[in-house]
Design a protein around this ligand. Structure first.
Ligand SMILES: Cc1cc2nc3c(=O)[nH]c(=O)nc-3n(C[C@H](O)[C@H](O)[C@H](O)COP(=O)(O)OP(=O)(O)OC[C@H]3O[C@@H](n4cnc5c(N)ncnc54)[C@H](O)[C@@H]3O)c2cc1C
Length: 486
């Protein structure tokens, strides 16, 4: 007998695919997720990449957006095994002369370390701290009338600048400028571009709401918790099956793609009008990433030991240096020297390495599809602020853009955040449409990081896509993810 048609199939089990499936199951839909890899999780997986007993995060490592996601905060993920472990500081930004700049949850303590710029840092973030979840709910949504227009207006007035300009307008000293530049560099935009300040403000703000956490046991724990919750709601998951054509899918009323726009166009083929596929073909992916994971025989020997307090270390020196590195990667030149996002998960989570040993993780942005080996450049930057670092390396594992794309076809050219998130493409992703998750085919939806609000392990793209799809199914989505603090 033929299987009864499902309400929904989701192609891909990244955080957005799983979030979409959960939101659909919560609305009463029958859902199956079909995943190419043998394990769920997409950009949230962990593995012993170097030596036995050393657990590394293959992609995402630190999760301010995960712990603060309006959707994830509503889900009982702790009941499904997810434990967030918080560091003593979110960010350390080592400097050549003087102590590292530290970003603590405490605004006062952070401001103290910024000297004469402490008050300006407080002025930048303080207005959002009365109700940060309201701002996050508006900012992590598709373009629409905000529920909290005053907070969004305030945020917009700061974010419209380039990170470089806002840092220079707000701060007089190198320390605060560098700290802000490091936060803004998560945007993967040149820091001289309008809107590159937005992620700088957002990441700075999140650090005063939550210490940027890691998942106990590795980022794969996030995916396992999401998958377990989905199964408890009746959802099904099939792994080890890569979809190349729509007719390979089980019968379903709607299909959600947790894929790149390029894969949506290719897999859907004639089911989408040629004009729409051409527009998907014009989607801009942006710079890629080159990443190293290390098994270490001790902690990273930072010149300033305070750096060990942070889950994330921004390694790259001054505002000018960070601007140069990010600008180079965007414009097609391998950054020399690069700006590093370095994570030291084992400082927060002892389960990541054998006793007394540590894991290290660092990546830099590089030109799209770059084939340049950045190993020496990355390790030289760490040595600059942690002399003797190389002597601690027991083993290393490298991934360049081609490796990322092989690992996950969504990471085209090594792009790790779903595509350029500039003024033209942040909300208009993958193309300009009133409902960016819907396509001209009423059965097909996109739910990946190539939709608003973009990259990161927060599941909000999947959540919003599921709302759009469940309306199409004639089901009532649950009440909107609540912005209020519990
Ligand atoms: C090196 C790196 C570091 C990062 N660091 C962080 C971080 O610290 N914090 C953070 O929040 N975010 C981080 N990110 C970004 C984050 O991982 C992504 O933005 C996020 O995973 C996107 O989720 P997604 O569900 O849209 O897609 P993905 O996570 O890419 O998942 C897509 C899934 O779909 C599957 N798939 C694709 N095509 C098919 C097909 N044809 N058939 C079947 N299955 C298919 C893939 O195998 C994959 O499992 C990082 C990413 C990388 C690569």
């Amino acid at each position: 007998m033929a299987e009864p048609a499902l309400d929904a199939v989701v192609i891909g089990s990244g955080p957005n695919g799983l979030a979409a499936a959960i939101a659909l199951a919560q609305a009463g839909a029958s859902v199956r997720v079909v995943e190419a890899a043998d394990e769920v999780g997409g950009g949230a997986r962990s593995a012993e990449l170097t030596l036995p007993g050393f657990v590394h995060d293959v992609c995402s490592a630190v999760h301010p957006m995960g712990i603060l996601s309006p959707f994830f905060r509503q889900l009982p993920l702790a009941e499904h095994g997810l434990v967030w472990l918080r560091p003593r500081a979110s960010v350390a930004h080592p400097m050549d002369d003087g102590p590292a700049v530290m970003l603590y949850r405490s605004l006062e303590r952070t401001a103290e370390g910024l000297g004469r710029d402490g008050r300006a840092w407080t002025r930048l973030v303080r207005p959002f701290l009365d109700d940060p979840h309201a701002l996050l709910a508006d900012a992590m949504a598709p373009l629409r009338l905000p529920a909290h227009p005053l907070a969004m207006l305030r945020f917009g007035l700061r974010s419209a600048f380039s990170a470089n300009r806002l840092a220079r307008l707000c701060f007089r000293g190198e320390r605060a400028r560098a700290l802000f530049a490091g936060c803004a560099a998560h945007s993967v935009l040149p820091l001289t571009r309008p809107l590159s300040a937005a992620l700088g403000v957002m990441f700075a703000l999140t650090a005063h709401v939550e210490d940027w956490p890691v998942a106990q046991g590795g980022s794969g724990a996030i995916s396992r918790a999401l998958a377990s919750l989905l199964r408890s709601l009746g959802g099904e998951i099939e792994t080890g099956r890569r979809i190349e054509r729509l007719d390979e899918l089980p019968e379903a009323r709607v299909v959600l793609f947790d894929t790149s726009p390029e894969q949506l166009a290719r897999i859907a083929g004639d089911a989408l009008p040629a004009g729409y596929r051409r527009r998907l073909g014009r989607y801009r992916y942006g710079p890629g990433a080159f990443k190293l994971d290390w098994a270490l025989d001790g902690p990273i020997p930072w010149r300033d030991p305070a750096c060990r307090e942070a889950s994330t270390v921004h390694v790259g020196g001054t505002l000018e240096e960070v601007c140069a590195a990010e600008g180079d990667a965007y414009r097609g030149r391998p950054p020399a020297p690069p700006f590093l996002i370095l994570c030291q998960q084992s400082e927060v989570d002892a389960s990541r390495a054998p006793e007394g040993r540590h894991t290290g993780y660092a990546y830099c942005h590089v030109p799209h599809a770059s084939t340049v080996d950045m190993t020496d450049a990355i390790e030289n930057q760490v040595e600059r602020f942690a002399p003797g670092f190389r002597d601690r390396i027991l083993a290393r594992h490298a991934m360049g853009p081609a490796d990322f794309e092989r690992y996950n076809p969504n990471y085209r050219g090594g792009v790790i955040t779903g595509g350029v998130a500039d003024l033209l493409q942040l909300w208009n992703r993958p193309v300009t449409r009133l409902d960016p998750y819907a396509t001209p085919n009423p059965r097909l939806f996109l739910c990946s990081a190539a939709t608003p609000p973009g990259g990161g392990v927060h599941g909000m793209c999947g959540y919003w896509a599921a709302r759009s799809a469940s309306k199409r199914l004639g089901m009532r989505p649950r009440a909107e993810a609540a912005p209020r603090q519990p």
